[in-house]
Design a binder for this molecule. Structure first.
Ligand code: AHR
Length: 517
């Protein structure tokens, strides 16, 4: 084991030296960004996910109104809400995840003292007192200015329960569920547009076959009537795990497209069975994670190609409603809580993955990073009254200008990284033009050692460029409650305009966002 690691380290070092040598005499990478595009980057690509898992809801978003020192508005942490508002968080998925297919929504409405206490069987076997339910979630979304995305219970629920939930939140007329909502203090209906029909129905949501689930999906959506609300709902089928292309094929083939608005896809950059630590990892772990993260590009293209076959007009969206890095939990924490720290590795992973989504804006119209607070690749960590923003938060914040901007075509050939037996692209780029005609270009250098010279030809020419950068001394660097600003964005002064082009050196292991006009 030790010997293998030594050989790997030597291989990595040799590879780094070779690629550094290549880069020192290398030609600059020439990147062309088109002047116009046809697809809009749907802001929902920048969506998040909140599950009743560990300290995501309880302690993360919600502390209740009583017995807490944390400043809150109707129980929602003010610090977390304010931080997420700066991300212009467009969409929040809830209540799971695996939890969703055990969740009976009627447990979470009405006076809190009457709500049943249940066991969270998926996540740590802890007590769930249902004090955060439908009203609280929709209040949270209103405080955040985010659209709610509710995942319905297919695995252990019923068609009736699912249809009733939609009526409860969306129906303005007289009816048993709408009346119950009024009795519980909310007269006007909300207008919840996004509804998931089960979660991972191939796994924790029921271990179904694709063919069986396609029929179940048809039945659920038959009764999930759009007429409960003023506008039609957007129905998202539980999608494939990673490269299960058969799953997408069956859904696209067997479900009539008038019943289908989105098909999910889940992919985590995780070394299943032998998770490494979230911090203090060796370089080979970093490259292993990045290789798995780059798979997102292949997966999105693969699933999109199947969807194109059945839906050439791209009516159905690909919704990557769970993604992110997944490592071993922090030592001493409950293994069922999936609490992990977040380093520059996660920043690079996020920047590169978001570029993949942007570049497939024609088909990827929703994505949800797992999970917003205190779970997996969180953007925020909390500890009692304290809160910190992770490097992933900063990338999400730097990428805000891409939301709802027009995707611009980008062409270039990335240099490759040779780490051990793995090769992968070193540089990832996406570009967009906002409604004020300003171009935003996000560049990520995955390489840990080699900086890259870049020449950017942008549209009809460039007059001015400015930028921001996220980088740190080591890829393992992260923010702690003692040093919450150890990793944070800075002004990027390394880009200049020369001969109508932008020239810059993209530092190793960095995320840069340029503003060009
Ligand atoms: O995000 C954690 C879990 O990962 C979700 O509950 C499940 O959908 C996925 O397997």
């Amino acid at each position: 084991m030790v010997r293998t690691r030594r050989i790997l380290t030597i291989l990595c070092a040799t590879a780094a030296i070779l690629s550094a040598a290549a880069a020192s005499g290398a030609e600059p990478i020439r990147i062309t960004v088109g002047a116009a595009g046809k697809d809009t980057i749907n802001r929902n690509i920048y969506g998040h996910f909140s599950e009743h898992l560990g300290r995501c809801i309880y302690g993360g978003f919600y502390v209740g109104e009583k017995n807490t020192l944390v400043p809150n508005t109707r129980g929602m942490r003010n610090d977390v809400v304010q931080a997420l508002r700066k991300l212009h968080i467009p969409l929040l998925r809830w209540p799971g995840g695996c939890f969703a297919d055990t969740y009976h929504w009627k447990d979470g409405i009405g006076p809190k003292e009457n709500r049943p206490t249940i066991v969270n069987t998926w996540w740590g076997g802890v007590t769930e007192d249902n004090s955060f339910g439908t009203h609280e979630f929709l209040d949270l979304c209103e405080q955040l200015g985010a659209e709610p995305y509710i995942s319905g219970n297919v695995g252990s629920g019923t068609v009736q329960e699912f249809a009733d939930w939609i009526q409860y939140v969306n129906f303005g007329g007289i009816g048993p569920m709408a009346n119950l909502r009024r009795k519980n203090g909310h007269d006007a209906p909300w207008a919840v547009k996004y509804w998931g029909v089960g979660n991972e129905t191939w796994g924790c949501g029921g271990n179904m076959t694709a063919e069986y689930y396609a029929n179940i999906y048809r039945m659920y959506t038959t009764f999930a009537s759009s007429s409960w609300g003023k506008s039609p709902i957007f129905r998202i089928a539980s999608g494939a795990g990673g490269g299960d292309y058969h799953w997408t094929e069956v859904l696209m083939r067997d479900v009539p497209h008038w019943m289908l608005d989105g098909v999910g896809l889940h992919h985590y950059a995780a070394r299943w069975g032998s998770m490494g630590p979230a911090t203090g990892f060796p370089d080979e772990d970093y490259y292993d994670t990045m290789k798995r993260a780059w798979q997102m590009e292949e997966l999105v293209n693969g699933h999109a190609a199947i969807m194109d076959k059945y839906d050439p007009n791209k009516k159905v969206a690909l919704a990557v409603d769970e993604w992110g890095g997944w490592y071993a939990v922090e030592p001493g924490t409950n293994p069922g809580f999936l609490y992990q720290q977040n380093t520059m590795r996660d920043a690079v992973l996020a920047g590169m993955t978001l570029n993949v989504f942007n570049n497939r804006a024609d088909r990827v119209r929703m994505a949800n990073l797992a999970q917003t607070v205190n779970v997996l690749q969180a953007v925020i960590l909390t500890d009692s009254v304290h809160m910190l923003l992770t490097p992933t938060y900063h990338v999400m914040e730097m990428y805000v200008p891409h939301q709802d901007a027009v995707l611009l075509p980008v062409s270039f050939a990335s240099p490759m990284i040779y780490a051990g037996k793995d090769t992968m692209k070193a540089v990832s780029v996406s570009a967009s033009k906002d409604r004020n005609n300003i171009t935003h270009i996000s560049l990520v250098n995955v390489d840990l050692r080699v900086a890259h010279e870049i020449q950017l030809a942008v549209g009809d020419g460039v007059k001015k460029v400015s930028g921001r950068i996220l980088r740190s001394g080591k890829v393992q660097d992260h923010n702690t409650f003692e040093k919450p600003d150890a990793v944070k964005p800075a002004e990027f002064r390394g880009a200049k305009v020369e001969g109508g082009m932008v020239k810059l050196t993209l530092p190793a292991c960095s995320v840069v966002m340029l503003t060009v006009n």
